[in-house]
Design a binder for this molecule. Structure first.
Ligand code: PRP
Ligand code: HPA
Ligand code: MG
Length: 194
């Protein structure tokens, strides 16, 4: 089995998953190990807490959220929001559109927002404003990827998987105009026109 093919749920990931148009930055195995570490850290930090809500920001967080929640050894609930700031492009529009809201109130809850990537920070900046105004007891941020070079708004990241360079990355939930979300690794598209 290649490095790119194993993950937390190795049984559902094909053993051959290669695309010559993609440069791999982080393999599925590296991601698995790092997500386990993040889950252990969260389990320690929130030990004894019965108030924890993981909020996945769709669509990008789908894979990270699914892996992270299984790596947290605590009683918790989950919820999702769908927001979009990139529409179908590779440049943030600067504002976010809420496409789907939470289904449960978060007043008094300890929230961890789960993101696939913090890039400009504009999405999380607005999201923390919105969720903060709803009376959460605490709000922390977990992200699989952090792209610090492109930041426009300062964001405190509490749990970070990996830093990435200033390149448009795909895989593990991250898309380029809707493509590549299903890749089990994080990569960069070499030729976007292919
Ligand atoms: O830090 P920023 O520059 O704001 O970028 C990060 C956000 O952009 C992406 O979402 P997108 O709007 O592409 O929606 P998606 O998750 O459905 O792909 C990503 O999932 C983050 O939510
Ligand atoms: O590098 C990226 N890739 C995919 N989606 C994104 N949303 C913000 N930055 C990125
Ligand atoms: Mg996107």
């Amino acid at each position: 089995m290649s490095n790119q093919s194993s993950s937390l749920n190795a049984s559902i990931i094909p053993s051959e998953f290669t695309n010559p148009n993609l440069e791999v930055l982080y393999t599925a195995e590296q991601i698995k190990q790092r997500v386990i570490q993040l889950g252990q850290q969260i389990s320690q930090d929130y030990a004894g807490n019965k108030n924890l809500v993981l909020i996945g920001i769709l669509k990008g967080s789908c894979i990270f959220m699914a892996d992270l929640m299984r790596a947290v050894d605590l009683e918790l609930i989950i919820d999702f929001m769908a927001v979009s700031s990139y529409k179908d492009g590779t440049v943030s529009s600067g504002d976010i559109e809420i496409l789907k809201d939470l289904t449960h109130p978060i007043r008094g809850k300890d929230v961890i927002i789960c993101e696939d990537i913090v890039d400009t920070g504009l999405t999380l900046f607005r999201l923390t404003e919105i969720l903060g105004s709803r009376g959460a007891n605490s709000i922390r941020v977990a992200t699989l990827l952090d792209k610090p070079e492109t930041r426009k708004k300062e964001i405190k990241i509490d749990y970070c998987g990996f830093q990435v360079p200033n390149k448009f990355v795909v895989g593990c939930g991250l898309d380029a105009a809707g493509r590549y979300r299903n890749l089990p690794f994080i990569g960069v598209v070499k030729n976007p026109s292919l």
